[in-house]
Design a protein around this ligand. Sequence first.
Ligand code: ZN
Length: 389
Amino acid sequence: MINFTAELVAIASENPPGAAYGECVRAIQSRLRALDLPCDTIKYRPRAGVRDQSGAAAVLSRVGKGRRALYFSGHYDVVPVTTPGQCNPVLRGNMLFGRGSADMKGGLASMLYAAVALKRLHVPLNGHVALVFVPDEETGGQRGSGFLAAAGRLGANGIGMLTPEPTSGVVWNANRGALTVRVTVHGREAHVGLLHQGRNAFEDAIHVAAGLQRLARRVARRRTRFRIMPEAARRSLMLIGGRVEAGSNFNVVPGRCVFTVDRRMNPEEDYEEERRALFEVFDKARQAGVKLDVEVLQEGHPSGTPEATALGRALSSHVREVTGRTPKFELCPGLLEIRFYAGHGIPAYAYGPGLLSISHGPKEFVDTDRIVECAMIYARVAATVLGTQ
Ligand SMILES: [Zn+2]
């Protein structure tokens, strides 16, 4: 498991832009073959007119024969390195350092070897464990789980889904949705002395922002029922102006103002309804004479699975048996690929060997003992929920 994790960490599958995907795919394929597991590769095909040279592909495998599927799904892309040499894995004691070690190449080793254990021990299964290795999670999953979903290749006959994201010992049973847009307000440039000839894009942007603030105050009154700490974090969120750009100098009327809006909705909120509410603000501004374009940068649906499903209970009890501690269930503050499965009514949870606090950071590492523990937990959960009794 450590060897496989290190092998993957050494492949700089940074996303953005989506590098070395082909190399990751080949490493996973050859590991599956060496372990005598089947291997099915689904190449990403962009929509007509779009070119993609990334080599993005999902690699699928399985253990067990029956129709019912318990999905173990993980992503092989990583966020870009922040320190030189971060893609050279370094093992110190039982700490394996390197980009992606925690998020989530160590987790990929856990889920793969959990399936291997089930196979080698001839654990009787009423169904099968479906292994899914996808790219592109770090930028919304378009070339990974999103593509599988659009192609009708995601979650067939699913009775549950687990993903080994770095959850720091808790279980994430819900995630916020995300709708991120970039707004470009168009004005007309003019020298300050000829102010009457210009149209101030910044002032028009203020008009738009005021409408957004009214919406932001409205959504902030909503609180999720899923667990997240502290209490203030339960609010539905909207960040206005995470990035703002306007104008060229103090003495020129700005001809363009660009700003971002990042809407993060709670699992209880309806994605389409929230999307409409946001776009209504832009439509109203247009009706008031503001010239603007809106570009969607990111879209992801919110999702939530109750704690007390058969899979949720099995996960909780095996985490306790293996680690000695009953895990808390919490809402993940970011996007999670559980949404692709939960959206089909499949109970879906994240639990993995890594720590959230160091993932994406300069000193990312994973405790190799936790990789092994996580594999044990995944194997036991599969034996329970796909048990023949
Ligand atoms: Zn991740």
